[in-house]
Structures are given as structure tokens and as C-alpha cells.
Design a binder for this molecule. Structure first.
Ligand SMILES: [Mn+2]
Length: 326
């Protein structure tokens, strides 16, 4: 059932013990919005724990509360009054769902989240980040932002907008960021911390960049990495951002074979709706940034993915031609 932001805030007020969770493979928004909300709710006298069923990348150790995030524990949080799932649909929170038997309030900005499995859903696809929603929630309650909360929410805003460069960077985002700066956020401290890469990882990225290939006459580009590639490359994170800058490329894709018959796909576009491609494989996301997991052998998955991309680009070319003919 869909609820308003005010109703979401009320559900939080009514609860005493709250568990907050976010998606596996947590990013800056998942972690930033979770910790930001945790600090706020603790300041309101709530007992709050962030549980994420995955490792938290060490670059986020700059965020206040980083060390408090735990993996789900079957014993400890069974008696929570409310489970808040941020930046995620409930199929991507891992074991948290089974281990916390509380009613679920789902807060998200992914347009593909249909709220299935959640008791209550607040979704605002116009928000650049879930952190922006949490910002609005605290603001609506006319409460101040502590420096801790501000740092965490700023991180969510900054990372989901590509450091305020992507098309989702609205004036509201900038106003929210400006207010968080007034609460003590120092942007360079956060960006320098988050941009850190171990030397081996940078070398891995360089090797992965060597594998980028163009297809669909250069309108798409991608890197398709097998499990063996990935073993020699030390998690080449950030690869998709290198691909999306290629001149003439409309769509960037990275496919990684995580284990046999499990290929994880990320896509970025300069306008083409990549959720349509992701949804075909059971994934989701945003118009310009989406992902999915294809449970097929590497070569089969690669072929199916390229076919789907070709079809999407052809459909777009058809539309461009008919617009031109008019
Ligand atoms: Mn997000």
C-alpha cells in the first residue's frame, strides 16, 4: 500500500525499536540514507540498528556510524517494531527479510519498485536519491540536521547524482546539498575519501578498460568480463563511468560473471530508457541507470544482452527516423 511521506514519518514515530536495511552491494545512497536516518531516529529516542546483508566497502568508513552497521543476526532483532527498507525493493535485502519479522516500510526512488512484499511503500521517482527523500522527511518534521546526519545524507545525494553532474541533479538537490553544507558537511573530505582506490584496484580497472568493445556501430560500448578475468583484475569498480564517456556512445554496459551462470549487468545511457532492457531480465533501476542479473552461461547471457540492446537502439533509431520524416 502506498503511503505519503507524512504517514511514513508517523509509522517511524509510532515504533520504538527500528531496523533499517538497504540493498546488497550497497552504494553511497544505500549506506548514506540508512545511516542518516539512523542518526536522526536515534536523536528522537528510538532504538535503531542498520543491518545490511553484505560487506560494506571500506571507502565508506568516513561516514559516522559506519562501524555500527551489522549483518543480520537471527537472534537479536526479531522483536523490532518496524523494518525500514531504503533504496531497494524487498527482493534485494538478502536474509534481513527472514530475520526481522516486523512490518515493512519501504522508501525508495527507483521507478521500477512496485512495492510487492512491502506493507507500506513511499516512492518518489522524482527524487535523485533516497537520501533526498530522507532529507525531505526530516525537513517536513521541522527538525534540525546534526552534522552526522548531514554527512550521511550528503553522501547519498552526491553519489547518486554522480557528484551533482547527472540529469537527476535538480535545483531541489542543490538546495538540499546547500543546507547540508550549512550543517557542517565538508564536500572535499567526503569526495576524497570515496574516490580512494587501492593501487591493485586501479591496475584492475586499467586491465578491464583494455577489454572495452564497441558494438551497434559504436552507439553502444561495453566490457564483458568472465569469472577468470575478474580474478585477475581485483574488482574493477568504476568501469561503467569510463565507458559512458566514449564519444558517440549512447549506451554503456558492464557484464560480470560473478559465478557460473550468474552474470551481473550494469547499464548507463544518455537518454534511452535502460529499465526496459533491465526488466526483460528481471532487473530494474532508473531511465538512465539500470541493472539486472542474467542466470545463464556467460556466452549465452552476453548474446542475449547484446540482442536486447540492439533491439532497444533499433527501436530508438526507428523513432528518430519517423520524427525526421515529419
Ligand atoms: Mn539510490
Amino acid at each position: 500500500m502506498n503511503v505519503s511521506l507524512g504517514e511514513a514519518a508517523e509509522l517511524m514515530s509510532d515504533a520504538r525499536t527500528i531496523v533499517i536495511t538497504a540493498h546488497v552491494h550497497p552504494d553511497g545512497d544505500a549506506i548514506g540514507s540508512s545511516l542518516g536516518l539512523m542518526h536522526f531516529l536515534r536523536s528522537q529516542g528510538k532504538e535503531v540498528q542498520v543491518l545490511i546483508d553484505d560487506d560494506i566497502p571500506a571507502i565508506f568508513d568516513i561516514l559516522p556510524g559506519y562501524e555500527l552497521i551489522e549483518k543480520p543476526d537471527p537472534e537479536r532483532w526479531q522483536s523490532a517494531d518496524l523494518l525500514i527498507a531504503l533504496d531497494v525493493s524487498l527482493d534485494r535485502i538478502g536474509r534481513v527479510r527472514e530475520m526481522v519479522q516486523a512490518p515493512v516500510l519501504n522508501i525508495d526512488h527507483h521507478i521500477t519498485n512496485d512495492g510487492a512484499l512491502a506493507d507500506k511503500l513511499y516512492l518518489d521517482g522524482n527524487c535523485a536519491a533516497t537520501a533526498e527523500i530522507i532529507y525531505q522527511l526530516i525537513r517536513q518534521k521541522k527538525k534540525p540536521f546534526s552534522q552526522k546526519t548531514a554527512m550521511c545524507l550528503y553522501t547519498g545525494l552526491a553519489t547518486d547524482t554522480g557528484w551533482f553532474r547527472f540529469s537527476n541533479t535538480t535545483s531541489s538537490v542543490m538546495q538540499a546539498a546547500a543546507e547540508l553544507l550549512q550543517c557542517g558537511v565538508r564536500p572535499h573530505v567526503i569526495s576524497e575519501a570515496l574516490e580512494r582506490k587501492p593501487f591493485a584496484q586501479l591496475k584492475g580497472l586499467a586491465a578491464a578498460m583494455g577489454r572495452i568493445e564497441l558494438f551497434h556501430e559504436g552507439r553502444a560500448a561495453g566490457a564483458f568480463l568472465t569469472a577468470a578475468d575478474l580474478q585477475s583484475m581485483e574488482s574493477p569498480d568504476g568501469l561503467i563511468d569510463m565507458i559512458r564517456v566514449i564519444d558517440g556512445t549512447e549506451l554503456a554496459v558492464v557484464m560480470k560473471e560473478k559465478e557460473p551462470d550468474v552474470c551481473r549487468v550494469s547499464m548507463r545511457s544518455k537518454g534511452l530508457d535502460v529499465t526496459k532492457i533491465a526488466i526483460r531480465f528481471g532487473g530494474g533501476g532508473h531511465v538512465r541507470a539500470a541493472g539486472c542479473t542474467i542466470s545463464q552461461p556467460f556466452e549465452t547471457a552476453k548474446k542475449a544482452l547484446i540482442e536486447a540492446i540492439d533491439a532497444a537502439l533499433e527501436e530508438q533509431e526507428g523513432k528518430e527516423r519517423s520524427a525526421f520524416a515529419k
